[in-house]
Every structure is written in structure tokens, then in C-alpha cells.
Design a protein around this ligand. Structure first.
Ligand SMILES: NC(=O)c1ccc[n+]([C@@H]2O[C@H](COP(=O)([O-])OP(=O)(O)OC[C@H]3O[C@@H](n4cnc5c(N)ncnc54)[C@H](OP(=O)(O)O)[C@@H]3O)[C@@H](O)[C@H]2O)c1
Length: 249
């Protein structure tokens, strides 16, 4: 398939889960892909799946100097960008009283501030006809106890996408979002919950889901691929929900 032939793409948080699935689908459609992550080790493992042509860049999505370095690296390697996927994200679940300033800042820097400045700093590289896709979350429209800061960031992203889409479309750059529901990625394991608690939460979610299961990273990646390609050429500032119907409840 060649829906993205001759295109270059950067996927932040492309070393795991949804981002890795996005990078692989982009490659299958002919794109040259760069992925970022914090951990060099995870990137190395991802590199084994993505092959030699993939550019693997260790970069903190929440750090402005790191974003400057990332764009310099992409500029040197690719010369320009056709597709930018802002996918890096973290969730540090905690109730209100247990959330300290450091975890609040880390969540906001990675999930909201970093996204805004990555789009800003990528602008000189983005070619006319470029597509930007932000990974939001269905928590941005729901009440999400213990995930309040994460959900607020994702709600902020939904708003950013509407406003910045209007700023960018005169430059022939489209900006949209994909909003995943519960998806089977390592994110759940990162919460550090005891295995039995984690299993119980997953079973609860599965029982509640109209489709009766978690989504697969590839199912989210297909929606991102659609927004990245010219198949979505008239879609601007939209958020596509991919959640098996759970947010309709
Ligand atoms: N899984 C779900 O149920 C779900 C639902 C809704 C939305 N989402 C969103 O989907 C996106 C991908 O999540 P996932 O489920 O695929 O999780 P994941 O498997 O944990 O992957 C997260 C990715 O983001 C990277 N990352 C995290 N913090 C970073 C930082 N500061 N700088 C650079 N990279 C960073 C990770 O790299 P390192 O490993 O190196 O940190 C990894 O590549 C996130 O934005 C998440 O909020 C997920």
C-alpha cells in the first residue's frame, strides 16, 4: 500500500503501544518514520520491529530544549515533515489529596504543554499539505476519578485542536485528533498497581464496554492513518472517537 509514499512522519511516544502501531502502519503505507520515547532501551526494542530505516530519537516530550533538539535532528535527517503525530502521554493516577506538584507538572508538561510547543516548533518543517494528529482520550469528556489531571490535559488538547486547526488551515496544514477508549497497551502496567487490582479494573472495563473488549493499538492506528492521509483531506479540527462505544454510556 502506498497511501503515504514519499512522506516523512514523526510520531512522539512511538516506542510502545499505540504510537508503535501508528509508526508501523505508516511504514507499511510507504512513509519514512521517526519515533521518540524517553527510554533508549524501549526505543531499541521498537527499532527491532521498525527496521533500519526508522529514525529512533530519545527525547522528552515535556522539555522545550529537547523539542528544539528534536526538530533540529528531524530537519537534518528528513529536511521537512508531512505528518506529525503528538502521541506521547503519561497517566499518573492519584486521588486529589495524593497529587503533588511534581506529578501535576510532569503530567501537564508531557500531555499538554509539550504538545503545544512541539506543534509550534515543528512549524518551520511542516510542508504545505501536512497533517498533524493529536492522541487525546475519551477521559476528556467524562468524569475520571483519580485521573483528574490527565483528563484535564486531554480536555485541553481537544480545545487546542479546535483553535490551532483554524490557525493552521490557512497554511494548508490540517490538525485533528484521535480519542482512544481503553486500549491494550503497556500503559496499564505502568500504573504500578498490584497484578490482581489491575486485573480487576480491566475486567470491570471489559464488562462495561458495549463491544465487550479493549481496543487493539492497530485499531487506533487505523484512524490516525486515515487522518494522516489524503483520504481525510476535508476534515479539519475534528476528534475521532475510537472506543467500542464505551463513551456513549
Ligand atoms: N492505552 C489506553 O487505554 C489509552 C486510552 C486513551 C488515550 N491513550 C493515549 O494514547 C497515547 C499512547 O499511550 P499508550 O497506551 O500507547 O501508552 P504506552 O504504551 O505507555 O506508550 C506511551 C509512549 O509515550 C512515551 N512517552 C511517555 N512520556 C514521554 C515523554 N515525556 N517524552 C517522550 N515520550 C514519552 C513512551 O516512551 P517511554 O516508554 O520511553 O516513556 C511510550 O512510547 C497516550 O497519549 C495516552 O494518553 C491511551
Amino acid at each position: 500500500m502506498t497511501r503515504l509514499s514519499n512522506k516523512t512522519a514523526l510520531v512522539t511516544g512511538g516506542s510502545s503501544g499505540i504510537g508503535l502501531a501508528i509508526a508501523r502502519q505508516f511504514q507499511n503505507e510507504g512513509a519514512r518514520v521517526a519515533v521518540t520515547g524517553r527510554s533508549a532501551e524501549s526505543l531499541k526494542v521498537a527499532g527491532e520491529m521498525l527496521g533500519e530505516t526508522a529514525l529512533l530519537i530519545t527525547s522528552d516530550a515535556g522539555s522545550l530544549p529537547a523539542i528544539d533538539n528534536l526538530m533540529a535532528h528531524i530537519g537534518e535527517a528528513f529536511g521537512g515533515l508531512d505528518i506529525l503525530v503528538l502521541n506521547a502521554g503519561i497517566a499518573l493516577p492519584a486521588p486529589l489529596e495524593a497529587t503533588d506538584e511534581s506529578s501535576f507538572d510532569q503530567t501537564v508538561n508531557t500531555n499538554l504543554k509539550g504538545v503545544f510547543f512541539t506543534i509550534q516548533k515543528a512549524l518551520p518543517l511542516l510542508r504545505p499539505g501536512a497533517s498533524i494528529i493529536v492522541t487525546t482520550s475519551i477521559t476528556n469528556r467524562l468524569g475520571s476519578p483519580n485521573f483528574s489531571v490527565y483528563a484535564a490535559c486531554k480536555a485541553g488538547l481537544r480545545s487546542l485542536v479546535s483553535s490551532l486547526a483554524l490557525e493552521l488551515i490557512p497554511r494548508k496544514i490540517r490538525l485533528n485528533a484521535v480519542s482512544p477508549g481503553p486500549t491494550a497497551t503497556p500503559m496499564f502496567e505502568r500504573f504500578g498497581l498490584p497484578a490482581e487490582v489491575s486485573q480487576a479494573i480491566k475486567a470491570q472495563i471489559q464488562a462495561k464496554s458495549p463491544i465487550g473488549r479493549f481496543g487493539e493499538p492497530n485499531e487506533i492506528a487505523k484512524a490516525v492513518l486515515f487522518l494522516a492521509s489524503d483520504d481525510s483531506s476535508y476534515i479539519v479540527g475534528e476528534e475521532i472517537v475510537v472506543d467500542g462505544g464505551i463513551s456513549l454510556l
